[in-house]
Design a protein around this ligand. Structure first.
Ligand SMILES: [Zn+2]
Length: 265
């Protein structure tokens, strides 16, 4: 795809964003690579060199719990402090302009929340690494003190209720949260534009959420570097190939230029 064609597509995307008021933004690993966070499933992905700890193993064996906490601690030391990038920030700009129905992310890096996307406008389908959750009472807490304890003692942290603590992500072998999926589908029912950003759209049922919106004829734009599983579907209004960070912030800024945005009240 030529550069000129992409410029035209960015202008078209900008026009779609300007005309929309209930946007469903669906994001994947490709929007966080600019923050320095590795794509777990990509060619250099973490799971090419390391075995994930399955949920059932984690729950039944202390050995697996130690392995899990070791992996999480290594991850947090290498890229746990990665900041949100321009893509996360312009999605917040869209929300401030009253244009976001929901941000639905496959990412567990917590960067949408950190950038300022509101909790009631955010579905983290696969959970978040920025919180620790008790597997018994569901109490949530910040990860840093637990990492410090684990680093100092080598003992897997436990909740005040005695339950086992784990990152608030959906691990391999762990069921998605039905209430969170329902929030995502409900937003897909009411949106007037779907943007899929930085996702190969190959992991289901997550990738079925944008498709659900297109059943009503909602415009569907995909921006990704590399092929996606939805590229050949007739419901795709526009496909823009390339780095999300070089495309989406430009389109959003063009769309929001001249529109005053919602006043806080
Ligand atoms: Zn607990």
């Amino acid at each position: 795809m030529s550069r000129l064609e992409n410029v035209e597509r960015i202008e078209q995307l900008s026009g779609l964003i300007a005309g929309a008021s209930e946007i469903l933004v669906f994001t994947g690993a490709g929007i966080s690579t600019a923050s320095g966070i590795p794509d777990y499933r990509g060619p250099q992905g973490v799971w090419k060199t390391r075995q994930p700890v399955y949920y059932q193993d984690f729950m039944r064996s202390e050995e697996h719990q130690i392995e899990y906490w070791q992996q999480k601690m290594e991850d947090s030391e290498s890229w746990g402090a990665a900041p949100p990038n321009a893509v996360h920030h312009v999605i917040v700009d869209l929300e401030n302009a009253g244009k976001i129905a929901m941000v639905v992310t496959q990412n567990v890096d917590g960067l949408h929340a950190q950038a300022g996307t509101s909790k009631d406008r955010l579905v983290e389908i696969h959970g978040t690494n920025r919180e620790i959750e008790c597997q018994t009472c569901r109490d949530r807490s910040a990860p840093e003190p637990h990492f410090a304890t684990f680093r100092d003692t080598g003992v897997v942290p436990h909740c005040h209720c005695g339950g086992i603590l784990k990152a608030a992500t959906i691990s391999f072998g762990q069921a998605l949260r039905a209430d969170e999926m329902a929030r995502a589908y409900k937003a897909a029912d009411g949106c007037d534009l779907v943007l899929a950003l930085g996702s190969t759209l190959s992991v289901n049922p997550a990738a079925s959420i944008p498709l659900h919106a297109t059943e009503r004829g909602t415009p569907y734009v995909i921006v990704n570097q590399g092929a996606t599983d939805h590229d050949r579907l007739v419901v795709v209004t526009m496909r823009i190939e390339g780095d999300v960070e070089s495309i989406v912030p430009v389109a959003v800024e063009m769309a929001l230029a001249g529109s005053p945005g919602e006043q806080p009240h």
